[in-house]
Ligand binder design. Sequence first.
Ligand code: ADP
Ligand code: MG
Length: 686
Amino acid sequence: MDVHTKISALKGIGEKTEKIFQKAGIYTVGDLIQYFPRGYDVYEEPVAISELEEGRTMTVTGAIYGRVQVGGNPKMQITTLYLKDITGTLKVVWFRMPFLRSTLSKGGVITLRGRIIRKKDGLVMEHPEIFYPSSRYAEKQDSLQPIYPLTTGMTNSAVIKAVHQVLDTADAGDGVLPEELEERYRLISYPQAIRGIHFPEKKEEFYRARERLVFEEFLVFILSIRMMKGNEDRMLNQYCFREQPELDSFLQHLPFDLTNAQKRTWRDIRHDMTGVHVMSRLVQGDVGSGKTIVALIAMIFAGLNGYQAAMMAPTEVLARQHYENIRTMLETYHVPLTAEILTGSMSAGQKRAAYGRIASGEVQIVVGTHALIQEKAVYKNLALVVTDEQHRFGVRQRENLAEKGQHPHILVMSATPIPRTLAIILYGDLDISVMDELPKNRLPIKNCVVDTGYRNTAYQFMKKQIQEGRQCYVICPMIEESESLEAENVTGYTESLREVMGEGIEVCCLHGKMKQSQKDEIMDAFSKNEIQILVSTTVIEVGIDVPNSTVMLIENAERFGLAQLHQLRGRVGRGKYQSYCIFMSASKSKETKERLDILSHSNDGFFIAGEDLRLRGPGDLFGIRQSGLLDFRLGDVFQDSKILQCAGEAAGKLLEDDPGLAKDVHQPLKHALDRMISEVMLEKTL
Ligand code: ADP
Ligand code: MG
């Protein structure tokens, strides 16, 4: 018997059971070996009757007390027994098992394991497993019993039996890890791991088994990503950068001190730009950590050195904001450079003029949206490309813009807090700077999750904040079906809010359907505090920066993912004032409340993304479409980040040593990779 043998060859698996197993994807012995438990039942030490707790599955040992009775009706016969120990008496019931009476009537000491529930007359153990004589429990105690995922008709005990049979008689194979890796990372062998994952005798055995299998899973994943990306050598840096006194002066005159994280990141960037190879760097920092200024410093550095720098933003609103921000800074601090904006909504004439200035080198700093990457933009000497909020762009777009220059330096800014180890793997070609520090003047945002009954109180609170000179955002109910409905919705909401707020408070709305010029006008007015409340759809999700805003009210918060809510919330708490985020939910469900509560207890994007990932799956968090690519059978990129890191390291060494994995010892691994890669290619995800 080997992994290819059909399961019908197993004892006890007839045609009917085979069909049922096939529905769960189990066709062969190999499939069965890979059918891992979803959890384990632990047979814990028996407790005294007085220590039983409602709602738990527990074990007790005691003497059978009095007569065993069978009652109920013919359809539902109930066997009742009383069990006694020195601490008390427990009622125990079984359903539809009248035959138990004759066995149990012998009396004596017995061990029972079952769920404890509360009934009118006290705690009752329902339908327990019987260990009689009670010494039989000792054999099972502390062991872990696998609980398998089941489909209709399948029983846990049937799977257990089949797997037992297979492990006792068939050859499970050797897995794909070269022996050398097993040794280096002190991993147990594949057959041991397979036995340990199905039938661990102790918890420790389960951990070791899982560790081995997760390592293997991660390794195959990482190697296939590396193989798909190809191992291009990094380009040489052909740009010549010198220190620029004007940049130092700019830094000295900034109205704030850079955080240590910002300084460190800028040092990394400068080091790259003046190094031997071109830069490929990812700057990862939570919302509000101050990524823009770091990018701007790098762009000015390029400009002062006689080159051009381009920054690509995911939305026009954000591009416009960056542009205004940069222009003001250049002017205020007398930096002798000129900035240009380039967005899709500009008229043909405007674009042509901008293209001209870009081609001639009249402008050194270009900010824009996707239009930037369109063919017509020809740069004179592009040396640096920055993409802001990377998760909004596909990998392709990043490459497109990079091709505009002669292999310019690449800087990618991302607020997506993925684990560093995972980032290294996903963006295998990028170095990483982490900005894990918020500017000093920030107060943590105060959060609350409320129901719609709180809306008026929230409005009054906003009014008060506005009287103190602050501004507010309201994120309006999202309507997914249609953009025009969404627009209508925001407009309607704005009108009624305007009435509530009364004279003297300017309420305006912003949504995706508006003309760009209109959006720009509104954003501009909002940033000058000519508008106090901005009612908006999620268009303001990324990047918008108006530090005077202190309240964000999110309607229908239950419809958003946690990571997205965290991004939205990042629009407040960006200045020196105390800020507030009100998550308003129309849902009464307990789960929704719990999910939103994660946000109100944490302002840490990294933690939240982890929770979001756990609750919703990776989704589009990484710009990789829901691909199943991060859907591991056993591994969890957060929980197992140590293993992920080891597997990453191992993958690097392997490829260094044997780039095509052509050696004999690497054949099983190579096959696993080929399988994985062809699956991914099929899904056309990368
Ligand atoms: P993000 O990292 O989310 O892109 P931004 O770069 O937009 O954040 O910065 C958020 C706000 O913090 C901006 O108003 C910016 O001027 C301000 N800021 C940036 N760095 C500092 C600092 N070191 N000290 C104080 N404020 C800062
Ligand atoms: Mg930003």
